[in-house]
Write a new protein. Structure first.
Length: 319
């Protein structure tokens, strides 16, 4: 009976050792196939573990590093200056290493291993190659800076052109491809005395400027339609302000194109021709006066000629 019990205990002990050994072997396999570099050093900084990913990233085989001093002391300037094992504790850091393939950037996490009494036993580190990630981040940063600069320049140019348009005495309206107003210059505001918000976003043809006349609305609609179809049309039209004042305009529109030459909207321009109309009126009045004066001058001449001709003395023939 005692022999059977001892034999049973012996068998159980062997099974336990086999299971423990199997667990260790499985753990080693897991560490070997891990996607990140894994290595461990003892208290003397001699390498006791170096997996396949560590070989791939550093270009150093396990045979060349196992049992020797940590290769990062030679590969990385940061590790030369500040060794995780000497500093103790745990943490994360980025380091540069120099391999046969060139400079690489690694992201490392490390932890110092201690026994139950707090004595340092070694250090285990995990690292991954983030050289490509860093390059992508730098490229993205350069792209952000480039587009930020381009955006600042575009905004500056937009402000410049807005200043130019706002200082013109000509009325300027910018519409999108649907005829909705996106911009009006200060010349319109100065005449109208209304905030931009009252017209921005509204249909150009439906704004109060053309409500006084169906002909005016049709003219505005034609100028807009021609511009959005790529044509330029010059015409005269009367626009009415919110206060009811009629302003004669020489109106035209030009298409606003994208870089691919497609039309994204139109620039509609109205030049106040009030003075021109006044000069035309005065000229017409002058012409009418000249005609009337000509008629008045021609009538007396004919009458005098007729009177002189009729009252002239007759000459009798001799004999």
């Amino acid at each position: 009976m005692r022999k059977r019990k001892l034999l049973k205990l012996h068998v159980l002990g062997v099974e336990s050792m086999v299971l423990e050994l199997g667990a260790c072997l499985d753990l080693k396999k897991v560490l070997e196939v891990a996607p990140h570099g894994l290595f461990a050093v003892d208290r003397n900084r001699n390498v006791v573990l170096w997996n396949r990913a560590a070989e791939r990233i550093t270009g150093l085989s396990a045979d060349t590093v196992l049992g020797r001093q940590c290769p990062f002391l030679e590969l990385s300037p940061q590790c030369q200056e500040s060794c995780a094992l000497l500093n103790g504790g745990a943490g994360r850091e980025e380091v540069e290493i120099f391999t046969d393939e060139g400079k690489k950037i690694l992201k490392k996490s490390f932890e110092v291993l201690k026994d139950d009494d707090g004595n340092v036993m070694g250090c285990v580190e995990c690292f991954m190659d983030i050289t490509g990630v860093k390059a992508a981040e730098e490229e993205a940063e350069r792209a952000r800076d480039f587009y930020a600069d381009a955006l600042r320049e575009a905004k500056a140019m937009q402000e410049f052109y807005a200043d130019v348009l706002n200082n013109l005495q000509t009325f300027v309206v910018v519409v999108d491809e649907n005829g909705k107003i996106e911009f009006i210059n200060d010349a319109i505001l100065n005449v109208e005395g209304l905030p931009k918000e009252e017209v921005l976003g509204k249909d150009f043809v439906e704004v109060h400027w053309w409500r006084h006349s169906e002909d005016a609305k049709e003219t505005a609609k034609k100028v807009l339609g021609d511009a959005l179809s790529g044509k330029v049309t010059f015409t005269e039209v009367y626009a009415m302000t919110r206060r009811g004042r009629l302003i004669p305009l020489l109106a035209y529109g030009v298409p606003l194109r994208r870089s691919d030459n497609s039309i994204r909207g139109a620039v509609l321009v109205g030049q106040d021709i009030t003075e021109k109309k006044e000069l035309e009126r005065r000229l017409q009045e002058t012409i009418q006066k000249l005609k009337a004066a000509q008629e008045e001058l021609s009538t007396p001449v004919v009458q005098i000629w007729d009177r002189r001709h009729c009252s002239a003395p007759s000459v009798s023939s001799p004999g």
